[in-house]
Design a protein. Structure first.
Length: 136
């Protein structure tokens, strides 16, 4: 049984918190379950999650319809062990002692499902690698 202190926490940040970061969070929850604490946020959150990202995840049996874009807070960064940014640039606050990664991924906003699938699959591969690193 994990206690909170031993559970790693990951924060995914992109500009709108509607596509990439939501797909990444969905994969991490699906693969790691409660072994990793998952957060996501955006520097300028959209009004709603990208419906094409929802559809792309649903194809793999992962439901992210209950998620909503959230604004990035300093507290969320401070509370996370790993901060993964996806093109939010300088909007992400930096704290010493955190692990930061920047994942260069195409933005699924305004794209059709055929363009979003490869982004989704790229994210899945990165999440699988991250889970292996965090839980080994």
């Amino acid at each position: 049984m994990n206690d909170a202190a031993s559970t790693p926490s990951v924060l995914f940040v992109c500009v709108h918190n509607a596509g990439r970061s939501q797909m990444a969070a969905g994969f991490l929850r699906d693969i790691a379950g409660d072994r990793v604490e998952v957060r996501s946020a955006g520097s300028m959150p959209a009004d709603e999650i990208n419906p094409i990202a929802v559809a792309a995840m649903a194809e793999l049996g992962i439901d992210i319809t209950a998620e909503a874009p959230k604004v990035l807070t300093t507290e969320a960064v401070q509370a996370s062990d790993v901060v993964i940014t996806m093109g939010c640039g300088d909007a992400c606050p930096f704290f010493p002692g955190k692990r930061y990664e920047d994942w260069e991924l195409d933005d699924p906003a305004g794209q059709g499902i055929d363009a979003v699938r490869p982004i989704r699959d790229d994210i899945r591969g990165r999440i699988e690698q991250l889970v292996n690193e965090l839980l080994r």
